[in-house]
Ligand binder design. Sequence first.
Ligand code: FES
Length: 152
Amino acid sequence: ALVNVVLRVNGTEHRLSLDPRTTLLDALREHLHLTGSKKGCGLGQCGACTVLMDGKRVKSCLSLAALVDSREITTIEGLAQGEQLHPLQTAFIERDAFQCGYCTSGQIMAGVACIAEGHAHSAQEIREWMSGNLCRCGAYDHIVAAIQDAAG
Ligand code: FES
């Protein structure tokens, strides 16, 4: 049987009827067509699916959509204010902090949480916070530099 779920994403409320096993990631990508969040491993190990829930980072492949009912979800699509990119998005561009780009949305969402939660005081601290977000291209130094820039 399907369950009714209210998903609040980037300030908009969506009412969906979902299989109770639907992950938040699949709900975002397949039901709301917000495809910025990526599925890498689907097992909680790569971080490509990272979004914010009530401001805290979560791996959306590990969250069931039905269990995040009415929480405030922010995805990469919700970071910019109109034409104005989020400062961390700008820093990623300026620092060349991606190559293929597959992990980038997750990296940026984890980086936003890193700064917001006060874990961006040093490169080492940023590296530890970001250790759950893998980058096959090995852009780690640039990612850390971008987060440092945006953290001021
Ligand atoms: Fe969620 Fe890899 S897709 S952690």
